[in-house]
Design a protein around this ligand. Structure first.
Ligand code: SIN
Length: 285
């Protein structure tokens, strides 16, 4: 097995592994260590079926059902991210976000398998929020340390829901849930629950404002942080191929599905896993 970093800040490609074969506890530990270090893992030519996908996901944590995406009838924790060739709307995940950061216990990470990919386009970008934190100007660090940010499930609620024509995957995602409008407080700077490395924990899809400030007061600060945290130096861009698997850490990253493949179908199968919560890490332990 070889691990080759993709960029200086995030992502590694793992080769020499066949995930259709059983995954020993040693190998599982190596994969978890690699994910905690690189935050995004890419494995080509795996072509996993549903149970192999599920088994891989369980190496990283317990299955988590996404309350806002319709799962498959037989495996509710599996969601299919599909964009049809003639669909002109946006794409699922087509904006920078950390998955479900508005929940009390967001997923620890996800496993995404490419079932059908367009001949070009449809890449996914990931950015390291640890790298973003490490290079943030000191006055902004001072402002954010020991401060919460407030997250809401804007696309899934009522109060902040985007206009119907801008909504993607209509019919497969749950909308209009008043509970998604509920404000959730999470640290703006999060210590990774395993490694303890600090990272920004804000994203433009779900973060509404900073604690102790109004939305209007927070907006210029958040906009500047969103720009800072997604700059190319902190990103890797994953070019998909059929059969490929990507695993990502959801504590210290954001991701963005690029919507540039009109006229072609794309189908991905996705699981999320849980195990750690945002509050699991106690600094100094
Ligand atoms: C997502 O999980 O946000 C979608 C990722 C993708 O389809 O590339």
């Amino acid at each position: 097995m070889q691990i080759a970093p993709i960029t200086g800040n995030i992502g590694a490609e793992i080769s020499g592994l066949n995930l259709k074969q059983s995954i020993s506890s040693d190998l599982g530990g190596t994969l978890r260590d690699a994910l905690n270090h690189y935050l995004v893992l890419v494995l080509r030519d795996q072509h996993l079926d549903v149970s192999e996908h599920q088994r891989l996901s369980e190496v990283f944590g317990k299955p988590m059902i996404n309350p806002y995406a319709r799962g498959s009838d037989t495996h509710p924790e599996m969601t299919y991210v599909i964009k049809e060739a003639d669909e002109r709307s946006g794409v699922f995940g087509g904006g920078w976000h950390t998955d479900l950061s508005f929940l009390e216990r967001p997923p620890s990470g996800s496993v995404l398998c490419a079932l059908e990919v367009p001949p070009h386009g449809g890449d996914t970008l990931f950015c390291s929020q640890q790298a973003a934190w490490d290079s943030l100007a000191q006055p902004l660090c001072n402002l954010l340390e020991n401060r919460n940010a407030i997250h809401v499930g804007k696309p899934y609620g009522i109060k902040w829901a985007p206009p119907l024509e801008e909504q993607s995957m209509r019919g497969t995602t749950r909308r209009g849930d008043p509970d998604a409008d509920r404000e959730r407080f999470h640290p703006a700077v999060l210590a990774h629950p395993v490694t303890g490395r600090q990272g920004l924990y804000i994203n433009p899809t779900y973060t509404l404002r900073l604690d102790g400030m109004s939305e209007v007061e927070s907006r210029p600060i958040l906009e500047s942080l969103f720009g800072h945290s997604t700059q190319p130096e902190f990103c890797c861009r994953i070019r998909w191929a059929k059969g490929m698997v990507v695993i990502w850490d959801n504590f210290s990253t954001q991701h963005y599905a690029v919507n540039d493949y009109h006229g072609f179908r794309r189908e991905m199968r996705r699981t999320a896993f849980t195990g750690y919560s945002i509050t699991d890490f106690t600094p100094g332990q």
